[in-house]
Design a protein around this ligand. Structure first.
Ligand SMILES: Cc1cc2nc3c(=O)[nH]c(=O)nc-3n(C[C@H](O)[C@H](O)[C@H](O)COP(=O)(O)OP(=O)(O)OC[C@H]3O[C@@H](n4cnc5c(N)ncnc54)[C@H](O)[C@@H]3O)c2cc1C
Ligand SMILES: Cc1cc2nc3c(=O)[nH]c(=O)nc-3n(C[C@H](O)[C@H](O)[C@H](O)COP(=O)(O)O)c2cc1C
Length: 763
């Protein structure tokens, strides 16, 4: 502990971060000599109101009850969020936020800092070099931090500009809820984010895409004309009150958000704090929250460590993960507002739900706890559209594709088991797929089933090219149909350049120790360093492969499958044609995306021509290669569009596994945004997949319209009864259970209810 040792601390910047840091440090280490340099006068801050959640208030109260009491006395609290869209207002309650004027907040922090003996100097622009002799220099000089810029390379700063322009305005209209309003113009969508922060004033942020802003001529308009334009556009929400600007010092009132990140938050005796270290988009209202929470962590770390370097390391270790979490949520939120046009086809109920759940942090159950009546209305609306008479959890809504009717939206994702001999699915597959069908999923997929022996990924892969295969699959399909309400889909594929490899629990994607077979691909580009080089396919090869797929499809029809999926993802044959990373052809099958899609589309069309008209077909794609020069999510929309034109009813939206150079960004539901994009930009049915782990997430994805079906892979390996368990947990009794298992349903439901009650008592 550095108790009572003289410590000289200088804060460059007297915004929320610098001031609150000085307050908390004075409390935990009263002997510290702290100077805060603020270039502005005490009350000439720009901006209007800031927002805090109840949780942030708790953190402030714990760090300095005095500051909390003063802030709390000035709060405007609100509970509801209103979404105004296409002439409708959708209200969701229980949101629990508080607003305060930024000026008032700074006034309270300034007074408190001065009262504790902090030397706060206004109109004092300062450079880090001028205070070099301090023990600690806190760079709290905001998103544009000059202190950080002076050592940008050392801090590893990255700045990412975003696609919208926004203007931060005030208004005398007393919005009774946090208000979002959307207006379409000839140039694109505009939205406002508005909230009251004191008895007389509200913040109104006006936002639109950069190209919309330019097309509307706002880039060349004066501040007064820009404001007049927005007043006209949003007149019906402003109650006749003008919009006010207090950013006279800025060349243009229109800002564009820049995401700031730093690989390191300290260098020598300089440490970054608040917006100087990281920014989070205003649409989740967390910039000031992060600044204040950083301030608490840094002050406490300095009091706890005698060496600044150790304190900086502890501070960064504590804060970095929380910041990253919020930045991820903020990124999803930013992208949602950048892409309002994508959601414009949604009806108001779903548009509002999509908006409320945009960050993927607020789940269906969270929303239910906040406002059960609101969620019931959404569930009722969804139910009505599916022909269901009362509100039910969205995952249990039925779904129809052509003549295939699913009892719910849960799908067992295709997963290779590597247990076949010569491609024949045996008793293991009967029990494996049979028990997952009994487990309640509406649709169960076979693994990638290969159309020829040399089309297999591994010697253990399933096939559809010999009579024994047809018999094996028919037995499984018959069991599913006779004993469960589930439907069963056949995924057909060809391993291409990723063939002849070891099974999943050995070294997947690596060649066999012996007995390898020759590979084919679009170009002689091996998948990995040790992979065999595939032979470049000729037209004859293509014709042979088309025939193999058509033969397998006919066997699929004979086996009685309900849906046929073509596997065009994960670097296997068709995926290797689609991605430019492995397709280097110079003929009609290489080069442009249109050319790279030509062969996969030929195969798809041949299948569609042979697969019964009454039954649906899907295609699995990798919506991104996670590699800069590879397939992008925008390409994925074009890929989906092309397959739809060839007759695909459903796009199964996976990602990656096409290159060893991939840098995937993992996280919960990490691939769902691609499904959202494809579904809502194209208006086609999609299936989301990837790290979707619980019923709550499935409900949220379906309710928000991010996908029509939700495929779950690994969780189904751990729990074949995922859907039945979810039905019991959600007290949804209409989910069919095998009759013999009904006593288990009630027993299970009682047991988990008691466990939940016991957990509640302990809490
Ligand atoms: C439109 C908009 C809406 C927002 N809404 C919210 C919201 O609702 N809730 C929320 O929590 N956050 C919100 N924020 C974010 C919030 O404003 C910032 O995240 C927060 O103020 C960060 O605090 P800070 O102290 O790190 O930086 P700042 O508040 O930027 O403070 C930095 C200070 O350093 C001073 N300074 C800079 N250079 C020098 C120098 N060389 N010498 C001396 N002083 C210097 C500046 O004058 C400034 O006072 C919003 C931001 C915007 C743009
Ligand atoms: C063991 C295993 C085998 C897989 N085999 C296939 C397959 O044959 N075909 C396919 O398209 N995806 C396959 N996948 C990918 C899954 O279908 C799914 O997309 C992936 O596991 C992500 O979903 P999850 O996070 O719910 O597991 C496999 C995944 C696992 C774990």
């Amino acid at each position: 502990m550095r108790v009572n040792a003289p410590m000289k601390v200088v804060s460059i910047g007297g915004g929320p971060a610098g001031l609150f840091f000085s307050i908390v440090l004075k409390r935990v280490h009263p002997a510290a000599e702290i100077v805060v340099h603020e270039r502005n006068a005490p009350d000439d801050t720009f901006g209007w109101g800031v927002v805090f959640s109840d949780q942030t208030l708790g953190n402030i109260a714990a760090a300095d009850p005095e500051t909390f009491a003063r802030i709390a006395a000035d709060f405007v609290h609100w509970d509801a969020i209103d979404v105004n869209y296409r002439g409708r207002t959708i209200r969701a309650g229980g949101q629990g936020f508080a607003g305060i004027a930024r000026k008032r907040l700074l006034g309270i922090l300034q007074e408190r800092a001065l009262a504790l003996g902090v030397d706060v100097r206004f109109r004092s622009p300062i450079d880090a070099d001028a205070v070099r002799d301090a023990d600690v220099i806190v760079a709290a000089d905001g998103a544009n931090s000059a202190t950080r810029r002076a050592h940008e390379t050392i801090f590893g700063t990255t700045l990412e500009g975003r696609r919208c322009r926004y203007m931060w305005l005030g208004c005398r209209q007393p919005f009774e809820a946090f208000t979002f309003a959307f207006e379409r113009t000839d140039h694109g969508w505009f939205q406002i984010h508005a909230y009251q922060f004191d008895a007389h004033t509200s913040t109104v942020i006006v936002e639109c895409r950069e190209e919309t802003w330019r097309a509307a001529g706002l880039d060349t308009m004066s501040t007064a004309d820009s404001i007049a334009y927005c007043e006209r556009l949003f007149a019906r929400f402003l109650g006749g009150h003008p919009l006010m600007s207090n950013a006279a010092h800025l060349a243009s009132p229109w800002l564009s958000f820049v995401q700031v990140n730093n690989a390191r938050w300290s260098h020598d005796n300089v440490v970054l704090l608040g917006d100087a270290a990281h920014t989070a988009h205003f649409s989740i209202g967390s910039g000031t929250k992060l600044a204040l929470e950083d301030a608490i962590a840094l002050a406490k770390a300095l009091a706890a460590h005698s060496e600044p370097a150790a304190a900086f390391a502890a501070y960064e270790a504590e804060r970095r993960i929380e910041v990253l979490r919020l930045q991820n949520a903020a990124r999803n939120s930013t992208e949602w507002f950048e892409n309002v046009a994508r959601y414009a086809a949604l009806e108001a109920e779903q548009f509002a739900y999509s908006l409320l759940s945009r960050s993927q942090r607020l789940s269906h159950e969270n929303l239910k706890v906040r406002d059960g009546a609101y969620v019931r209305r959404v569930e009722g609306w969804l139910a009505e559209r599916s022909g269901v008479s009362e509100p039910i959890p969205p995952m249990f809504l039925p779904y129809r594709l052509r003549e295939m009717e699913l009892v719910n939206r849960v799908v067992v994702s295709p997963m290779a088991m590597y247990r076949c001999r010569d491609g024949t699915p045996d008793d293991f597959y009967l029990v494996h797929l049979g028990s997952r069908a009994q487990g309640g999923a509406g649709l169960v997929f076979t693994e990638m089933t290969c159309v020829a022996a040399d089309a297999r990924i591994s010697p253990g892969c399933a096939g559809m090219y010999r009579d024994e295969h047809l018999a094996g699959w028919k037995r499984i399909v018959d069991f599913v149909h006779a004993n469960t309400p589930a439907k069963i889909a056949l995924q057909l594929g060809h391993a291409g350049p990723k063939g002849s490899t070891q099974v999943g629990w050995e070294s997947p994607d690596e060649p066999l120790a012996e007995g390898n077979w020759p590979l084919i691909g679009p170009s002689p580009v091996p998948f990995g360093e040790r992979s065999a080089i595939p032979r470049e396919m000729t037209r004859d090869d293509m014709d042979r492969v088309v025939k193999q797929f058509v033969r397998a499809a006919h066997m699929g029809i004979a086996a009685g499958f309900d849906l046929l999926e073509l596997h065009c993802a994960h670097g296997y044959l068709f995926s290797s044609f689609i991605t430019p990373l492995t397709n280097k052809r110079t003929d009609a099958y290489g080069g442009s995306l249109e050319n790279r899609l030509r062969f996969p589309l030929e195969v798809f069309a041949a299948l569609r021509a042979n697969w019964p008209e009454r039954l649906p077909m899907s295609v699995r794609i990798s919506a991104t290669d996670w590699v800069e020069e590879g397939v992008t999510p925008d390409d994925a929309v074009e890929i989906a569009r092309a397959f739809r034109a060839a007759g695909a009813d459903l796009i199964d939206v996976s990602a990656g596994q096409t290159s060893r150079r991939a840098k995937p960004v993992y996280g919960r539901m990490f691939q769902t945004p691609f499904s959202d994009k494809i579904r809502n930009e194209l208006g086609i049915a999609t299936m989301a997949v990837g790290n979707i782990t619980d019923a709550d997430q499935v409900n949220g994805i379906i309710a928000s319209g991010r996908a029509d079906l939700v495929a779950i892979g690994r969780m189904h390996l751990a729990d074949p009864y995922f859907t039945l368990h979810a039905a019991a947990a959600l007290a949804y009794d209409a989910q069919p259970w095998p009759l013999s298992y009904l006593p288990g349903r009630d027993h299970y439901a009682r047991t988990i209810r008691r466990a939940a009650e016991a957990a509640e008592v302990v809490r």
